[in-house]
Design a protein around this ligand. Sequence first.
Ligand code: MN3
Length: 223
Amino acid sequence: MKKIFLSFGIMALLALQAQAQFTVPALTYPVAALEPHIDKQTMEIHHDKHHAAYVEKLNKEVTANALLKDKSIEEIVTHVSKYNKAVRDNAGGHYNHSLFWTVLGPEGHTLSGPLLEDINTTFGSFDQFKNAFADSAKTRFGSGWAWLIVEGGKLKITTTPNQDNPLMDVVKVKGTPILALDVWEHAYYLKYQNKRPDYISAFWNVINWNEVNRRYNDAKKKK
Ligand code: MN3
């Protein structure tokens, strides 16, 4: 009898998981692939615990608010002013981290083609772009994100506090994010402690420029 209840329990649990509207996407590279720039333990905790917590809380909001049912994460964040603070924080957390994992990758990616040309034209040079992006990331007070976005066909650097992002109808500088950097302490504290600038310098080694390029091309098509 006990066995039957146990299997029912497991089945119910599996059914619940299957029903969840949002799930944490698996990394497309090994968890240690970004070493030594972003360490394995930080990646594990960041992906498996922090991101999972945003997803769990967002799914809770879905069960409590019928308006969220069957909406995509993009639909929710672009109209986030319609929802409560918990949705803003956790939908933002889910969108931002999902994007962040994809623009990271093992060392060795290089950037070329139209995005590089656009960066050179917009910011003066690739180094000037890096400096401007790093400055924004360094000076984002407290927890938040630095972004490279496309807005009206143009590249822009912007930052957001907490888990806000440039798709949200509540932020000042809006656009389509193509590159993101998480500057919450949980993203770097284990390895870099208070040295956020060192983490930002290391970030340039582990950008998946193919993915940034793909997002750039999509964003340019949208206009
Ligand atoms: Mn984070």
